[in-house]
Write a protein that binds this ligand. Structure first.
Ligand code: FES
Length: 232
């Protein structure tokens, strides 16, 4: 795979439309490209640059800065073993040692069948289930060495296909809510519509606060509008 597929280009354009400037959509578009191929191919980064009005070098500069983006191929499953403090105390280092031995690769390596890339990571926010492992950013824990072996067998056999997406995918880059930047629900440019009562009230309160700022005791400014019921 090289450039974004037609479907993903359409998704990328929809993401770009959510922001005032195309370049602001760089991170979600990179996640989209990574979701497609598992890593950021040079062709996909060039395509992203075209869509975002950036140079390929600017895209690569961002992609190579963040640990969660891969500019080289990774296995179908990215197995991330946490060795941060909670996991360390619960056996995370020993689990990583076992993983390296069981998979036959050091952290950072990919198994010969291309199925599993092993990496050592900092806290993945699953401290209450330490020692914890993430696979393509889906979480498992606490894991014993035996549990780790079972997990890898299940991944290789496709038994977890329903819950673990292929590649090192952070998440589905889809927005169920939100509006294209600068467009109101009815398609009018934002700012053209008359403010509703609530918005007008908030604007009036803000203007009053600016004219009569809060006193030294922290009391609201005398000009602050009062909402129904007397709450400030
Ligand atoms: S320290 Fe491992 S998940 Fe937080």
């Amino acid at each position: 795979m090289a450039r974004l597929s037609a479907a993903n280009e359409q998704r990328a354009r929809a993401l770009v439309a959510l922001y005032p400037r195309p370049r602001s959509a760089l991170m979600p578009v990179l996640h989209l490209a990574q979701e497609q191929d598992g890593w950021l191919t040079p062709e996909a980064m060039e395509h992203a640059a075209e869509l975002l009005d950036l140079t390929p070098a600017e895209v690569y500069g961002t992609a190579s800065f963040y640990d969660m983006f891969f500019t080289e191929p990774v296995g179908r499953h990215l197995v991330s073993v946490c060795t941060n403090i909670a996991c360390l105390l619960a056996g995370g280092a020993e689990l990583l040692e076992h993983a390296e031995s069981a998979l036959g690769v050091k952290a950072g390596g990919t198994t010969a069948d291309g199925q599993l890339t092993l990496e050592e990571v900092e806290c993945i926010a699953l401290c209450d289930r330490a020692p914890a492992v993430a696979v393509n950013w889906r979480y498992f824990g606490p894991l014993t060495p035996g549990g780790f072996d079972t997990l890898c067998e299940d991944l290789r056999a496709g038994r977890l296909a329903d819950t673990v997406p292929p590649h090192g995918t952070l998440c589905r880059v889809r927005r169920a809510v939100g509006l294209p930047a600068g467009v109101a629900p009815e398609g009018r440019p934002v700012g053209d519509e008359a403010p509703g009562p609530a918005l007008a009230e908030r604007r009036a309160a803000k203007a009053a606060d600016l004219q009569h700022p809060a006193g030294a005791d922290g009391a609201p400014g005398s000009g602050r509008a009062q909402a129904p019921g007397g709450e400030p």
